[in-house]
Design a protein around this ligand. Structure first.
Ligand code: ADP
Ligand code: MG
Length: 214
């Protein structure tokens, strides 16, 4: 891919401004997040945390400034080009957005469905591992409607991790901080040891977590 040398950072905002009509939400914002780093955006409700995250995946585009992901300037990328970024960087939305008609296990397995490099048993093991990690193994056969908000959130995170993304963006995972951190320790960085956990993992994962201060 061209443009990889533009930035050594995994995510970089360069002088990003964004307004909705005359309501300026982002005003000349610059920051970067390096590989392996966890970055937390704090601010009161309505300050622009979700808007910031949406720029990283191209769901929103800046009025001015540049957004770079993995060294590439994605600011002017087409929807088709952005599909690639959205596969490598996943976002766990505030709502969780689970598939209502699928069980917890099926939700977690969803990103694995088209993986030809994994056997059925490996997929099963990975789903079980993620369910365990996010503490939803006991409800693996339940539907999302039967779960608490916090558990739905946990399932959404497990599903995001199943995709083996380079980075995960979390939008206000306030009720999920402990399992989230556990998942990071065990899933986001390279691990060793027996079983499915020992297969190669990207070593540049990190999370951006937008938390609210009240
Ligand atoms: N698509 C949109 N159209 C118009 N205004 C928006 C849109 N998305 C966000 N906003 C406004 O931008 C501001 C920041 O929103 P948001 O990033 O969701 O805040 P938060 O920090 O709580 O996540 C809010 O005032 C919100 O109303
Ligand atoms: Mg928000």
């Amino acid at each position: 891919m061209s443009g990889r040398t533009l930035s050594d950072h995994y995510i970089e905002f360069l002088n990003v401004s964004k307004a909705f009509d005359d309501h300026v939400v982002l005003d000349d914002v610059s920051f970067f997040v390096d590989r392996g780093e966890t970055c937390v955006i704090l601010g009161r409700s309505g300050v622009g945390k979700s808007v910031t995250l949406k720029h990283i995946l191209g769901f929103l585009r800046p009025d001015s400034g540049r957004v770079l992901v993995d060294g590439a300037d994605i600011t002017d990328w087409t929807e088709e080009q952005l599909t690639e970024i959205r596969r490598r960087v996943t976002m766990v939305f505030q709502s969780g957005a689970l598939f209502d008609s699928l069980t917890v296990a099926e939700n977690i397995a969803f990103p694995l469905e088209n993986r030809v490099d994994l056997t059925y048993d490996q997929k099963e093991a990975r789903v079980a591992e993620l369910a365990e990690m996010l503490e939803v193994a006991d409800v693996a056969d339940n539907l999302p409607s039967e779960l608490s908000t916090g558990m739905k959130r946990a399932v959404a995170i497990a599903r995001a991790l199943a995709q083996d993304p380079e980075a995960i963006l979390y939008d206000e995972p306030t009720t999920m901080v402990d399992p989230l951190m556990a998942a990071h320790m065990r899933a986001a960085w390279p691990t060793s040891g027996p079983g499915p956990a020992s297969r190669p993992r990207p070593n540049r994962s990190f999370a951006i977590s937008a938390g609210r201060m009240n």
